[in-house]
Design a protein around this ligand. Structure first.
Ligand code: HEM
Length: 265
């Protein structure tokens, strides 16, 4: 049988010259600086992700963009703070009715930097709720919910509900008197909702009574279900922001009849 010829070797790009290489004087600092760039190049050559990153980050923004436009990003950073501090809290927290209070006490009084991390998580949750409302107010008053951004507004509404669910389910976890009784009140209020109310409160309690399953259920919702939904929806929300661009403030008038795109800088 005739042998097939070998395919030609692939053409590789020549390695870029390091700074100072021409005169033979490469300092360790040059090499360290180049290492980061080479690592990014290495990943980009194999994934072509730089195009997507450029599409996401280098966008034209409308004239008049101001500090109010940072509220969405601030909400996202508040969420990231909750995710990072939450991971450390989960290393010590025990969601059993007999151990939960003691494990929370241990985090505050004995674990290394525990009080700081728990404080960041507790105050961070309040900050996130305040920021999400301010961000929603900004998008509403700037008319950003109108065509073609209706879907992003709807995703935002679900993000708001999920953020409130995070606060509600997290409140029970310290399992002290206040969190216990406040959650009973909250679950009962849910139960008064029309049609779905009683099912929702039964689901939250994990049965007819408030018991051991309630705590583990709240913990699973708080640290797995809702954060998963938040991450997926924040991804979709940001995709739509990058795809559609942000709305110009209402007081900026289009510079021509062709629409507002000319106003982007
Ligand atoms: C976890 C919660 C949320 C995060 C992390 C988030 C993040 C962001 C970011 C980073 C932007 C682009 C920058 C900006 O305009 O501030 C944005 C835009 C937007 N968000 Fe949110 N958001 C959240 C919740 C909400 C809520 C609750 C609503 C409304 C119900 C909403 C509606 C919108 C709309 C309509 C835009 C487009 C704004 C424009 O075109 O000017 N978002 N969001």
């Amino acid at each position: 049988m005739p042998k097939l010829p070998f395919p030609p070797p692939p053409k590789l790009n020549p390695a870029p010259k390091r700074p100072g290489e021409a005169n033979g004087k490469t300092t360790p600092l040059d090499t360290a600086g180049e290492a980061g760039i080479s690592a990014v190049d290495w990943i980009d050559e194999r994934t072509s992700l730089s195009g997507a990153a450029r599409w996401m980050m280098f966008r034209k923004v409308p004239k008049g963009t101001n500090w109010f436009y940072t509220l969405g990003t601030a909400t996202m950073f508040a969420f990231l703070n909750q995710a990072v501090t939450g991971v450390f809290l989960a290393m010590y927290y025990d969601p059993s009715p007999t151990r939960a209070y003691e494990s929370a006490r241990y985090i505050t009084n004995e674990a290394f930097l525990g009080e700081f991390v728990r404080g960041m998580h507790k105050w961070g949750s309040t900050v996130m709720v305040i920021l999400v409302f301010l961000h929603m107010g900004r998008t509403f008053f700037f008319g950003a919910y109108k065509y073609p951004r209706e879907l992003n507004w709807i995703i935002g509404v679900v993000l708001l509900i999920l953020t409130m669910t995070m606060s509600f389910t997290g409140y029970l976890l310290p399992f002290d008197q206040r969190s216990y009784w406040a959650t009973i009140v909250g679950v009962n209020i849910n139960g008064t909702g029309p049609i779905v109310g009683p099912f929702l409160s039964d689901f939250l309690r994990g049965g007819a009574g408030f018991g051991a399953t309630t705590l583990s259920r709240f913990y699973a919702i708080h640290m797995l279900l809702v954060p998963g939904g938040l991450i997926a929806l924040i991804g979709a929300h940001l995709y739509l922001v990058a795809r559609l661009g942000t709305t110009a403030p209402p007081w900026i008038k289009p510079s021509s009849d062709t629409g507002h795109l000319e106003d982007r800088v």
